[in-house]
Design a protein around this ligand. Structure first.
Ligand code: FE
Ligand code: FE
Ligand code: ZN
Length: 278
């Protein structure tokens, strides 16, 4: 069965996201761990969380994904931005222990002019400071498009981060189809080779989730603009190959396409219709 969902709003609470997911034919979803611009986190009500847990087990949900705010930057040149990022991440990871969600995805960061190596070292330092013994959550590094001074546009950069983190049994990767196509990994013309590269450099056992997005811009353009499924440069055939790839097909796929709920429902139905059952 295709494990598919999309990004949902936490504004109605946790159980509400589960209901939204069911209403659009999804069996997983992604949500922001807190306001996308950073700031205060939402109170967690045990009854709300328990209701989501029940809904998930009754309906056989695949793993959920929390996404850190976009503004979180562990490797900014500005020390106060770095400190704020660590505080938010530490708090997120502690609150995640209370949720039926054990995957926490974040953008490795932008080095803002210090250079890739300095950026990578700051990311490692930050992760080593905020991860704690016994945590259930696996922290996922998202593959990025490499726009601007973004870290994570190359598999090798993610590998270096993983190697530097002390608790790296709790580090994984979330692969974003729009981002890697933008970054110069040709998932349309050479998907097998890209997956092999990923396996050699990072290891497929570190791959926990896929952000399934089409791309508004051409291959290698480093722009990071998501397109609705089938309407971009990756295209429906390209995305069909991704969801059916033998090494990927059982992972949770999360849509981050420009849509409201009804648009997500249509994309989910479309993707289910081109998923090979076996
Ligand atoms: Fe992201
Ligand atoms: Fe993404
Ligand atoms: Zn993106």
């Amino acid at each position: 069965m295709l494990n598919i969902g999309c990004h949902l709003s936490l504004s109605g609470g946790y159980e509400n996201m589960g209901r939204d997911a069911l209403s659009i034919g999804a069996n997983t979803f992604q949500f922001f761990s807190r306001n996308p611009r950073g700031g205060t986190a939402r109170t967690i009500y045990p009854k709300d969380v328990a209701a989501l847990e029940t809904l998930m087990s009754v309906n056989n949900f695949a793993p959920l994904l929390a996404h850190a705010p976009y503004t979180l930057n562990l490797c900014s040149q500005d020390a106060s931005v770095r400190r704020f990022a660590r505080e938010m991440m530490r708090d997120d990871l502690q609150r995640m222990e209370l949720l039926p969600c054990h995957l926490y995805n974040f953008h490795p960061g932008s080095h803002t002019g210090q250079g890739i190596e300095a950026g990578i070292n700051l990311i490692i330092e930050g992760l080593n400071e905020v991860m704690f013994d016994g945590q259930k959550t696996v922290v996922l590094l998202e593959t990025m498009s490499g726009k601007g001074s973004e870290v994570g546009g190359k598999f090798e950069e993610l590998r270096t981060i993983i190697d530097g983190v002390r608790m790296n049994d709790k580090i994984g990767v979330c692969l974003d189809t729009c981002h890697i196509y933008d970054a110069g990994y040709d998932i349309v013309g050479a998907l097998d080779e890209v997956i092999e590269r990923f396996d050699e450099i990072i290891g497929l056992e570190r791959l926990y989730a896929i952000h399934l997005n089409d791309d508004k811009n051409p291959y290698g353009s480093r722009k990071d603009r998501h397109e609705t499924i089938g309407d971009g440069t990756i295209g429906l055939q390209g995305l069909k190959a991704v969801i059916n790839h033998p090494k990927l097909r059982l992972l949770p796929f999360l849509l981050e396409t420009p849509n409201e709920l009804d648009g997500y429902a249509r994309e989910i139905a479309l993707l289910k219709s081109i998923y090979n059952q076996n």
